[in-house]
Design a protein around this ligand. Structure first.
Ligand SMILES: Cc1cc2nc3c(=O)[nH]c(=O)nc-3n(C[C@H](O)[C@H](O)[C@H](O)COP(=O)(O)OP(=O)(O)OC[C@H]3O[C@@H](n4cnc5c(N)ncnc54)[C@H](O)[C@@H]3O)c2cc1C
Length: 590
């Protein structure tokens, strides 16, 4: 058994776990990420293949930013397809995790815990497939992002499973009585047009659906994964996972046999090109925190004071009969606006040093129908990783952070490009907030007459809102006519770090279904930062070329100056320079 001593152990490398590990590691913690499969991403890995959805399904200007946006942008930049997550997505994600300095343990299954006391975990024990190694991960803080809440269950954390009774949280969408029903699992498949007839012979054990009436739903598109191949909501999605997989395979090959051999779907030239072997699991345990998010928190949002993340996908709870449902398979309850998620949903109420991230956070079955979206899980993961940093800094356990340091956590999240509804930049360390801002030009929208003025970059909000794009835009730029934005201070400031937030089209709705590849055209590509030196001359400080990320952090040796300029030389396609936010810091020790 090998001991691994770190500040934070994250178990489960889905998008939530990856975001938690990256956030904490970038902030200086020693982090181990323990993932029991050969690749990262969980349901958003090539093994399952799901796209990263979130609040932007129904609302403009709501796409989740921070690490999830970075993951998405790097994948779109390097990948040749974004209809599903593939091995390139796996590789780009693994790269981000490693670049952040996380100690990554792939193929490593956490199977047990050691407790210090009844309410505190000392170590997580894990075994690595293919190496016969065993590890003992010892840390002050742990994050369970296993999707199954396994670390919670092993350590005795309170958890919920199944549906709550309607009266418990006053949820109109819940049944009268509690049940064991969760949501079911799905096996995904992909098909390819080979341009010539391809026969298909189903395996003997597959189900047979000779008639369209044998299928519960109409096959609308050959490329559509048939998400209604869902099963297991009335079974135990953990202990019966293998039986669920077998049933899903029988259904899946039966459905494909029907499409190929028993109907008129134009599928003669189509072949199965990939069949998943890991069931995409929608729900199992949900760990209980100091607050449990329920239907009213999602449909009728309130202000908590300790919000650290948000959601916005409709309440998306499926018929428990899944594939066998005779009535509607899913029924969205659409929301009027995104809702905040309080910090108290992200740590266990009875295990003192345990955070949770992802679909297992403290929520009822109904609220889980909305919070389970991958980007929502990702922003929660970043909140958890950042909270671990704040806990470590002040020597606090998660609950104590909530009692004394929540503002610091919120501001830290905003600083690294997260959005929290109702919270704006009030970071006392951000010197840009004290600057006056001007620009070489400001774009006036000919349709509305709105001027996209320079001062937007320090107004505290790094995204648009309905009817207000809320960013600086220049007049059209060219090779000979770049645009710049300038920050000036009455007294000289000393600084060593600049944060820039560019436009990667987060205003768009349903972006996860937009199969756009490469860099976002509105994003700044090449830029130079310069400053006014003591002799009154402009000196170049830093130049960056080929950028495609929304959030850029530029570090340099400390300078003392009264003015800084960011000159945009080129975008990734758009004619206007666009910047949402500029922050300026004098970071200790950097
Ligand atoms: C069929 C289906 C369709 C969906 N469609 C969408 C969609 O279109 N868009 C969207 O945004 N969301 C969708 N979702 C929801 C979304 O996929 C999940 O809610 C989300 O991926 C949960 O993320 P997570 O990080 O919490 O868990 P996961 O993605 O499940 O990741 C958890 C990881 O932890 C690992 N793990 C588990 N136990 C251990 C252990 N003991 N030791 C080490 N590692 C462990 C697992 O292998 C896994 O990789 C869908 C879900 C399903 C099943």
């Amino acid at each position: 058994m090998e001991d691994v001593n770190v500040d934070l152990t994250v178990v489960g490398g889905g998008i939530a776990g990856c975001a938690a590990a990256i956030a904490a590691s970038r902030l200086g913690l020693e982090v181990a990420l323990v993932q029991d499969r050969p690749v990262l991403g969980g349901n958003a890995s090539s093994e399952v293949g799901l796209l990263m959805g979130g609040a932007a399904r129904d609302f403009r200007h709501t796409r989740e930013t921070g690490i999830v946006e970075e993951i998405d942008l790097v994948n779109r930049y390097h990948n040749h397809e974004v209809k599903w997550r593939n091995s390139i997505s796996d590789a780009t994600l693994e790269n981000l995790v490693k670049e952040a300095g996380v100690s990554l343990y792939l193929n490593t299954h956490a199977y047990s815990v050691e407790m210090d006391t009844d309410s505190s975990i000392r170590a997580v024990l894990a075994a690595q497939l293919s190496t016969e190694k065993r590890f003992r991960f010892v840390s002050d803080l742990f994050a369970d992002s296993t999707g199954d809440g396994s670390i919670g269950a092993l350590s005795g954390a309170d958890f919920r499973r199944g549906t709550e009774a309607r009266h418990e949280f006053g949820e109109s969408l819940a049944p009268e009585e509690p049940t064991d029903v969760t949501m079911g699992s799905t096996l995904m498949f992909r098909v390819k047009d080979l341009g010539r007839p391809v026969p298909f012979t189903p395996p003997e054990w597959a189900y047979s659906y000779p008639d369209p009436g044998d299928l519960p739903r109409r096959v609308k598109s050959l490329y559509n994964h048939q998400l209604w191949i869902e099963f297991g909501a009335r079974r135990d999605t953990i202990s019966e996972n293998m039986e669920i997989r077998e049933e899903l395979l029988k259904i899946l090959y039966g459905v494909w046999d029907h499409i190929k051999n028993h109907g008129d779907y134009g599928a003669e030239n189509f072949a199965l090109s990939w069949v998943g072997s890991v069931p995409g699991k929608r729900e199992s345990r949900r760990l209980v925190g100091d607050y449990t998010l329920s239907q009213k928190d999602v449909t009728d949002p309130t202000e908590y004071g300790d919000a650290v993340a948000y959601g916005g996908w409709p309440i998306d709870v499926h018929n428990p009969d899944g594939f066998y449902a005779t009535e509607r398979w899913l029924d969205y309850t659409h929301l009027e606006k995104p809702y905040p998620i309080p910090y108290r949903c992200y740590y266990s109420r009875n295990i003192d040093n345990l955070f949770m991230a992802g679909r297992i956070i403290s929520a009822t079955h109904v609220a889980h129908g909305s919070i389970r979206l991958i980007r929502t899980c990702g922003v929660g993961g970043q909140a958890v990783g950042t909270a671990a940093y704040v806990c470590n800094k002040h020597g606090r356990i998660p609950r104590e952070l909530g009692e004394g340091h929540i503002k610091e956590l919120q501001q830290q999240l905003l600083k690294y490009d997260c959005h929290i509804p109702g919270v704006v930049n009030e970071d006392p360390g951000d010197l840009a907030r004290r600057a006056s801002v001007s620009a070489s030009s400001e774009y006036e929208d000919p349709a509305t007459g709105v001027i996209h003025s320079a001062d937007k970059v320090i107004d505290g909000l790094s995204r648009g809102r309905e009817g207000d794009e809320n960013l600086w835009m220049s007049k059209p730029i060219s090779m000979y006519r770049p645009a710049y934005i300038q920050l000036e201070w009455e007294e000289p400031i000393t600084c060593n770090t600049i944060h820039l937030t560019f436009d990667t089209m987060i205003r768009e709705q349903k972006f996860f279904k937009t199969f756009r590849l490469g860099a976002m055209p509105t994003c700044v590509r090449d830029y130079t930062i310069s400053y006014l030196d003591t002799a009154g001359e402009w000196e170049d400080l830093s130049s960056r070329k080929g950028n495609f990320q929304r959030h850029n952090i530029v570090r340099f040796n400390p300078i003392t100056t009264r003015a800084i300029r960011v000159t945009v030389e080129k975008t990734n396609g758009d004619r206007l320079a666009r910047i949402y936010e500029v922050r300026v810091y004098n970071e200790p020790g950097e």
